[in-house]
Design a protein around this ligand. Structure first.
Ligand code: FAD
Length: 245
């Protein structure tokens, strides 16, 4: 793809100025078949894999980092379903996202739990045949639009291991959106681009170091993984040596 091919995905200044979600661009993604890149193959997915998805998002971000949030945020909401959803959940939730009919969101962060997900406090209890969730989330993109959120809640006091993910329709009774959501900030924000686009470029660049896990935390996660892999490799080497002796 080239910047010319995706030029239609730039964010018109009047949409920024009006602080509106660019629904027409969202539909443009769906009609071009690009939302199929973010859902599992059995839900109409394109089978691109992580690298292909990253390239797609990078190409869109080249034209507009804010607009690249459209596939990114919806992908985040579909990923738990791709990993652990039943076939019914995949067809009822992820497939309509690919067609642009539903919006997916990812509700992990809370006012007092960001990087430290072990501090998460949203509770859940059995309520007849269903579940009753109670808590407060923060910074959740897409929740104002029709669809569903993956809401992480505490099923046991066991830190980050005591969490489960629930699919919650945005029209579920008691689901309430308070205050502004970050997508509004990403697309507009006070003084975001009104005077000088450089300010927006700076915010676009910085935000990628914060959301979906702060960079410093991602470095820790990667370092732990590399250390674990290196330990396992050294262990295998020692076992082979012992066997050879
Ligand atoms: C535009 C935007 C959109 C977002 N969208 C969503 C969304 O859709 N869904 C959602 O669930 N969340 C969303 N978030 C929240 C985002 O994931 C969190 O902001 C992020 O995980 C960091 O959490 P925090 O803000 O509580 O910061 P903290 O966790 O308080 O971190 C503050 C600073 O301390 C550092 N730090 C914290 N702990 C450690 C440690 N152990 N070691 C070293 N450094 C550490 C961090 O790297 C960071 O620099 C969004 C955020 C933004 C800005």
């Amino acid at each position: 793809m080239t910047d010319t091919a995706l030029a239609g995905f730039s964010l018109p200044p009047e949409v920024e100025a009006a602080a509106e979600y660019p629904s027409d661009l969202h539909q443009g993604f769906a009609e071009a078949g690009l939302l199929r890149a973010i859902v599992p193959d059995d839900c109409g997915g394109l089978g691109l894999g992580n690298l292909g998805r990253a390239v797609l998002i990078e190409e869109v971000a080249y034209v507009s980092a804010a607009v690249s949030m459209i596939p990114q945020v919806n992908e985040l909401g579909c990923t738990p379903i791709a990993i652990a959803g039943t076939s019914g959940q995949r067809q009822a939730r992820a497939a309509p996202v690919a067609r642009g009919e539903l919006y997916a969101s990812y509700g992990l962060t809370e006012p007092d739990a960001g990087s430290d997900v072990g501090a998460l406090r949203t509770r859940v209890e059995r309520d007849g045949d269903g579940w009753l969730l109670s808590g407060r989330k923060a910074w959740i993109c897409n929740v104002r639009r029709p669809g569903f959120g993956i809401v992480f809640a505490r099923t046991s006091p066991d830190g980050k291991r005591g969490l489960s993910a629930f699919i919650v329709p945005t029209d579920a009774p008691g689901f309430e959106v308070l205050g502004a959501e970050p997508a509004t900030d990403v697309f507009v924000g006070h003084g975001y681009s009104r005077n000088n686009p450089v300010e927006r470029f700076m915010r676009d660049a910085k935000v990628t170091q914060l959301y979906e896990g702060a960079n410093s935390i991602q470095r820790l996660v990667i370092a732990r993984h590399l250390a674990k892999t290196a330990r396992a490799k050294a262990e295998r080497g020692r076992s082979r040596l012992n066997a050879a002796e």
